[in-house]
Design a protein around this ligand. Structure first.
Ligand SMILES: NC(=O)c1ccc[n+]([C@@H]2O[C@H](COP(=O)([O-])OP(=O)(O)OC[C@H]3O[C@@H](n4cnc5c(N)ncnc54)[C@H](O)[C@@H]3O)[C@@H](O)[C@H]2O)c1
Ligand SMILES: [Mg+2]
Length: 375
């Protein structure tokens, strides 16, 4: 297990470094913005803002019909690297100059139109920064004329669950992070020891109660999610609140003091009455629904002669073993279309880590079938 963890983190580091040579400087820049209020206030001037209305992100449809997160900027003058071709003795020298270029979309102006003060952007929370080093912020617009703002921004506020189906892959985690941070601040305005108001730092990386001296940091609840296999089938379950026909891997919140392995053994035993072994770590994901969870995804196995499930009906509506054929068919199905009848059996969409587990299991089955000369 530990080895898988190490391998995973090393792979991720390599991946991060390779897609951008500026990874270290970006991370250090963000750390400074988190810790230095003045630097963060300055960064707001050249920031990119994701707007939320009652926690729903603002999306925009591109000319090619694809939806993206609407990124807005302030009217501040942005310093943008500008490449200048300079001739000296008939030789071209490439010079990078920093010049001031006005930004086309004026967030402050738009917010003023819907009755917000121009200092309202200071209420944003730092999310991260783009590959180009532009700081990204999330901003809840609160109680305003929603449709007027949508018109001004040429976009629409979409419930996050729906937005997940509409956004291109890499944008969903950013939209989720923005919502999670806004929600955490909305629900942590008071100190649980003194009842006094807590005060945020500029980036929103923490809140402090000056009366008790307690610092509160945004929290996620750890959840273990596990795909159990008996060697040729995998076990999926559904709760009554799941959309019709959807089955997912088993999951459960970690109890205080538990390790990942302990939670995994306990949850599988509680929910379906099975004992698992061969735990293998697969990956992790921040999950915003219904509140921030930190999903730790694993594979595990049971003995093929001990597969009888005993469902805890208080937790699950159903749990069943699915064959490789059933799984590959479910994975082939296009993303759920809300305008059509849901299929009889379908698995969570690709943005959910449950889908990654199921996909990995299917790939592994395919490989071992090839090795055994099966189709
Ligand atoms: N991303 C994915 O692929 C994926 C797949 C499955 C589940 N999930 C998420 O995992 C989470 C947990 O799954 P589950 O519902 O099977 O958990 P679970 O089996 O632990 O059951 C939930 C119950 O646990 C209790 N509980 C204990 N600690 C809790 C806490 N910190 N927060 C909320 N409830 C707590 C509550 O009584 C709650 O009703 C859910 O939020 C679900 O959305 C994500
Ligand atoms: Mg559960």
């Amino acid at each position: 297990m530990l080895q898988s963890f190490k391998l995973f983190f090393n792979c991720n580091l390599v991946r991060s470094r390779s897609y951008s040579g500026y990874y270290v400087s970006r991370v250090r820049y963000l750390k400074r913005l988190k810790e230095d209020d003045e630097a963060c206030r300055e960064a707001l001037k050249s920031g990119i803002f994701l707007l939320y209305h009652k926690l729903s992100p603002l999306l925009r449809e591109t000319s090619s019909g694809i939806y993206t997160l609407a990124s807005l900027k302030t009217s501040g003058f942005n310093t943008t690297p500008f490449k200048l071709f300079h001739y000296v003795n008939k030789r071209i020298l490439h010079m990078h100059l920093y010049i001031c270029m006005p930004i086309s979309v004026d967030l402050e102006h738009i917010l003023e139109k819907v009755g917000k003060d121009k200092h309202f952007v200071n209420e944003s929370f730092l999310l991260g920064c783009t590959d180009k080093g532009e700081p990204q912020f999330s901003l809840e617009v609160g109680d305003i004329d929603r449709s007027a703002l949508e018109q001004e921004c040429r976009g629409m506020f979409v419930d996050l669950r729906k937005a997940f189906f509409m956004l291109p892959g890499p944008e969903s985690p950013l939209a989720a992070k923005g919502q999670a941070l806004l929600r955490w601040h909305q629900t942590n305005c008071f100190c649980s020891a003194t009842g006094q108001p807590t005060i945020r730092n500029q980036s929103g990386s923490f809140r402090v109660c000056h009366s008790s001296g307690i610092t509160y940091y945004p929290k996620m609840a750890p959840v273990v999610i596990v795909l159990v296999s008996d060697g040729s089938r995998c076990l999926l379950a559904r709760q009554t609140m799941f959309p019709l026909g959807m089955y997912s891997a088993l999951s459960g919140f970690c109890d205080m003091g538990e390790s990942v392995e302990e939670t995994l053994h306990r949850e599988v035993a509680e929910e379906v009455g099975l004992e698992v072994k061969n735990i293998q770590y697969s990956g992790s994901q921040h999950w915003p629904f219904p509140q921030s969870s930190f999903m730790l995804a694993c594979h595990a196995t049971v003995n093929p002669d001990k597969t009888q499930v005993n469902i805890d009906k208080a937790e699950l509506e159903d749990a069943r073993w699915f064959t490789y054929e059933e799984i590959t068919e479910a994975l082939r199905k296009p993303p759920l279309d809300p305008r059509r009848e849901p299929p009889v059996f379908w698995v969570p969409p690709s943005y959910a880590i449950a889908n990654q587990l199921i996909q990995e299991w299917a790939n592994q089955q395919q490989l071992s079938r090839k090795l055994h000369g099966l189709k």
